[in-house]
Design a protein around this ligand. Structure first.
Ligand SMILES: Cc1cc2nc3c(=O)[nH]c(=O)nc-3n(C[C@H](O)[C@H](O)[C@H](O)COP(=O)(O)O)c2cc1C
Length: 266
């Protein structure tokens, strides 16, 4: 079984690919949370997790899911694969701690460097198209080897900790978590009210509601008196950036920090 979470598709690609090669069933963590499923039988099997690195750490959604679940039986082999734009700090150690609180032990971890998705700090940029392609080609090439290591139950520690991993995970990462908020998200007049942002949000934090845009105009430049369906962010955000990257009009923005930075999703 492979449990995964993904905002912009990178980790979904890795999870899908490994599931296909290994013949392992795939489960999307936010769906399990929605359905209130909390008991998992992992006796004797492979137990895998795939997720993106957020602030040199495991996303809170993944951490809480593992901690709140009941893992029955003893899996034969436990592994995780994380995707990151650059490096993972001490994500592996954080993940081991989470597993141990669920009485599970890690056998292998893998890192996939993939295109960057986070843009909500000054100075943060997407990869160039060329670099994004190089990263994704390297990931495609690496999948069979990782699948073979998992299949043969190897003990693996394939990590990219980067410089100053302790400081990044424990100091900068902790501060980062305090800044996570959706209050900066808004739409420009280009918003067509299609609702793709709401459907792409893995935690259903966006509702489409009749709102008058601050400029008073609709997306076609007409004055709009009654308002139009526009996204409203409801305060339960992971800042996964899916709403921003999947918007077909690039109309979702975060304050002034995302203007002109472009979009990416796998
Ligand atoms: C909130 C947030 C925090 C991130 N933090 C890191 C980080 O600490 N290190 C890193 O290399 N990449 C970081 N990234 C980039 C993602 O880990 C990377 O692009 C990942 O592949 C995205 O996966 P997804 O498409 O499955 O959501 C961050 C992205 C987001 C949205």
């Amino acid at each position: 079984m492979i449990y995964y979470y993904s905002g912009c598709g990178n980790s979904r690609f890795v999870a899908n690919s490994l599931s296909e090669v290994l013949g392992e069933e795939l489960r999307f963590i936010p769906d399990l949370i929605d359905k209130g499923i909390k008991e998992f039988d992992c006796e004797g099997g492979l137990l895998g997790f795939v997720f993106p690195v957020y602030a040199w750490d495991v996303p809170t959604l993944v951490r809480d899911f593992i901690k709140n679940a009941c893992w029955k039986g003893k899996p034969e082999y436990v592994w995780f694969a994380c995707t990151c734009g650059d490096n993972i700090g001490l994500t592996d150690r954080q993940f081991r701690k989470i597993l141990s609180s669920a009485n599970l032990e890690l056998d292998a971890c893998f890192t996939f460097q993939m295109p960057e998705t986070y843009l909500c700090f000054p100075g943060f940029r997407l990869d160039t198209e060329e670099n994004a392609k190089l990263k994704n080609d390297a990931v495609r090439a690496k999948i069979p080897a990782v699948a073979e290591q998992i299949r043969s139950r190897q003990t693996v520690s394939d990590l990219i900790p980067g410089k100053h991993p302790w400081i990044n995970t424990h100091i900068i990462g902790s501060l980062f978590h305090l800044t996570i908020s959706d209050s900066g998200f808004h739409t420009t007049d280009d918003c067509i009210g299609c609702g793709i942002c709401a459907r792409s949000c893995p935690v259903h934090n966006i509702t489409m509601e009749n709102q008058k845009h601050p400029s008073g105009n609709s997306h076609d430049g007409q004055e709009s008196s009654q308002g139009e369906k526009r996204p409203k962010w409801n305060g339960n955000c992971l800042q996964c950036m899916a709403c921003y990257h999947y918007c077909p009009k690039n109309a979702v923005q975060y304050g002034k920090l995302t203007a002109g930075k472009g979009q990416y999703h796998f």
